[in-house]
Design a binder for this molecule. Structure first.
Ligand SMILES: [Ca+2]
Length: 630
């Protein structure tokens, strides 16, 4: 009887298997490009039991290099070589036992050569914003059926407010009027995490699909349209990406491709009710980035930084696994080719495995030599950020990362704004001292500086001191850096993170239906907003294409009589930034600056149009900022 039962079960199993067609749920990347310098392509094929399938193709010029079977039976990594392939529909035959399936995979031609892609440089000014908080172009995408629970409620600083890509597209003229040349907005990829337990999703830093724009923000096509129209407006677009972690609702969490796909996955197992036999229990990152470069770092500290999770809802990806890294590298290339972005901003840079990230940057550099990526390197010591820049001698291995972020400038300015500039260390002396360390950077003009962003207090804090803000912007926009502005600073938006991050991420006035106040137009701005907007806009337009600022030699003078002076000089032209770092009238002793003034007598203040006689000492009003041109 037992034998008969066994036979029956066996027959039943075989018939079921034969009946069920081979199922493939998705293939990443969704399509690809021929004619890349690197002809290798990883396909991540996902479907029930696909891991044991064989794959063949007779598409001309395509060779299957290897099949990688990972721990989960539902993934198959197919490595192809496309070196001789032409664009077209490539048929891939999958065979698993007696089951077969033919899949059509699109190979596209590239729109332009890699070298033709010009990234952002110090000739640009990046305007950083959060799509959810900037402008809504449609209410139709506020609620999307089937997505994890979230609420659109503009009265709640940590919930979604309904901004989207269409809203951004409708305001491209605003950026042109302001005079910025590039937009960097926080991530737009699908972030299908629930808004709960204090975790917010509006910021987009918990990706759940690397190949799809979040429907609340729009579609992939809308993203492409936005980039195209931005280009028509002379604006570049920088895409925010995150390789360090993904969102907890990413399919990789439910069905981990391999045991080492995610760092410290023990917690995932614990949360499923089993014990943690691998000893890889959940680890929170220490948020301390120093162990990554510290010559004396202990292993435990290094592990905590790099393998620890950013927050429990963001699983830490293991970039040491070459398959993980290849997936991410291809993803960045796919977005460059598919939506024509001009740059990448990489989140939480030092939290990811440095070697894996260097491999990414090297591959991008080879494919797109003129493209640019900025890495978030949040340590306030110049030596630290300098070590992360491409070709740094301070680091054992080349990072190939062209642009790093100047958190030192940000920090020093945040202190200086509340101080009187004295004869030693306070006030603008801090900025002077920070720039001294530019000798550490292989390329100071490719360092990005900023005075505030979505993760910091706004420059104005809870106040409205536009005099100090003007000093900060005068510096930011004339020094040897790639400047980045944060949305709303130009119209005096303020706020601190003290209560909630949402307070530094308020809605741009006029971006949402029924806004009573519209700062997008001159008529809608208050008098104070308009004054600040106009001042900033004048400076930004003056900066555009200005070779003195883009290519000029920089000379700085130790603050004297409370006045800090920086000169930029190129081909006989000079721009002189003069800041009175005190709340008193101050006299600029003009003779100290002879080496940059020479016998010039008249200079134009680019902010007011007034001319100054610079053969005589200048008297400056409290906190006055002057940018002279001669
Ligand atoms: Ca990490």
């Amino acid at each position: 009887m037992k034998k008969i039962l066994l036979l029956f079960t066996l027959i039943l199993t075989v018939t079921t298997t034969m009946k069920a067609a081979l199922k493939i749920d998705r293939i990443d990347p969704t399509d690809w490009y021929v004619g890349m310098q690197n002809p290798s392509l990883q396909l991540m094929v996902y479907g029930p039991g696909i891991g044991s399938a064989e794959v063949t193709t007779d598409y001309p010029g395509v060779r299957i290099d290897s099949l990688v079977r990972v721990d989960s039976p539902n993934y198959l990594l197919v490595y192809l070589n496309l070196s001789g392939a032409q664009p077209g529909e490539m048929k891939l035959q999958f065979k698993n036992g007696r089951q077969k399936k033919v899949v059509s995979y699109r190979l596209k031609s590239r729109e332009k050569a890699g070298a033709a892609r010009q990234g952002f440089t110090n000739a640009d000014v990046l305007y950083m914003l959060m799509p959810d908080r900037f402008a809504s172009g449609s209410d139709a995408n506020d609620q999307i059926k089937g997505m994890n629970n979230y609420v659109v409620d503009r009265s709640q600083p940590s919930l979604r407010h309904g901004g989207d890509l269409e809203g951004l597209r409708q305001h491209l003229d605003y950026f042109v009027e302001l005079g910025v040349t590039a937009l960097w907005f926080t991530p737009v990829l699908e972030n299908n995490s629930p808004d709960n337990n204090g975790f917010s999703t509006y910021h987009g830093y918990a990706t759940t699909d690397y190949y799809k724009v979040d429907p609340r923000f729009g579609t992939n096509d809308e993203y492409r349209r936005l980039v195209d129209e931005a280009h028509q407006h002379g604006l570049k677009v920088v895409m925010d990406m995150i390789f360090n972690h993904c969102g907890f609702e990413h399919p990789w969490v439910k069905d981990m491709p391999s045991h080492d796909w995610i760092n410290r996955p023990g917690w995932l197992k614990e949360s499923k009710g089993s014990s943690d036999p691998t000893g890889t229990s959940f680890l929170q990152t220490s948020y301390k980035l120093t162990p990554v470069v510290d010559p004396y770092a202990s292993e435990v500290d290094k592990r905590e930084t790099v393998e620890g999770w950013f927050v429990p809802t963001m699983p830490d990806l293991n970039q040491k696994n070459p398959h993980v890294m290849t997936y991410l590298i291809q993803n960045s290339i796919w977005w460059i080719e598919t939506v024509d972005i001009d740059g990448i901003r990489m989140d939480t840079y030092p939290y990811a495995d440095a070697k894996g990230m260097a491999r990414w940057m090297k591959i991008l550099d080879e494919e797109y030599p003129n493209f640019n990526t900025v890495g978030e390197t949040w340590v306030t010591e110049p030596a630290y950020t300098a070590a992360w820049q491409k070709n740094s001698k301070l680091s054992e291995e080349n990072s190939y990362l062209k642009t790093v972020m100047d958190f030192s400038f940000f920090e020093k300015l945040s202190q200086a704004k509340n101080e009187e500039t004295d004869a030693w260390w306070n006030g603008l002396n801090r900025i002077y001292n920070s720039f001294v360390y530019d000798f550490l950077y292989p390329n100071p003009s490719s360092v990005m500086a900023f005075i505030d962003n979505h993760d910091t207090d706004r420059f104005l804090g809870n106040g409205c001191d536009s005099l100090m803000l003007k000093q900060a912007l005068a510096l930011l926009l004339t020094v040897n850096r790639i400047p980045q502005l944060y949305y709303g600073t130009e119209i005096l938006m303020n706020g601190t993170k003290e209560v909630t991050d949402g307070n530094v991420r308020k809605d741009f006035p006029g971006g949402f239906p029924n806004d009573s106040h519209n700062a997008f137009t001159k008529e809608g701005r208050t008098k104070a907003e308009q004054q600040m907007f106009q001042w900033t806009s004048r400076l930004l337009h003056w900066r555009q294409g200005n070779e003195v600022i883009i290519k000029g030699k920089q000379t700085q003078f130790i603050p004297y009589n409370g006045i800090y002076v920086i000169a930029r000089q190129y081909k006989g032209h000079t721009a002189l930034t003069i800041l009175n770092g005190t709340t008193k009238h101050a006299i600029m002793d003009i003779k100290r600056y002879t080496e940059v003034i020479g016998d010039t007598k008249r200079a134009k203040d680019i902010l007011t149009g007034h001319y100054y006689d610079i053969s005589k000492d200048l008297e400056l009003r409290p906190r006055q900022s002057v940018i002279l041109e001669y």
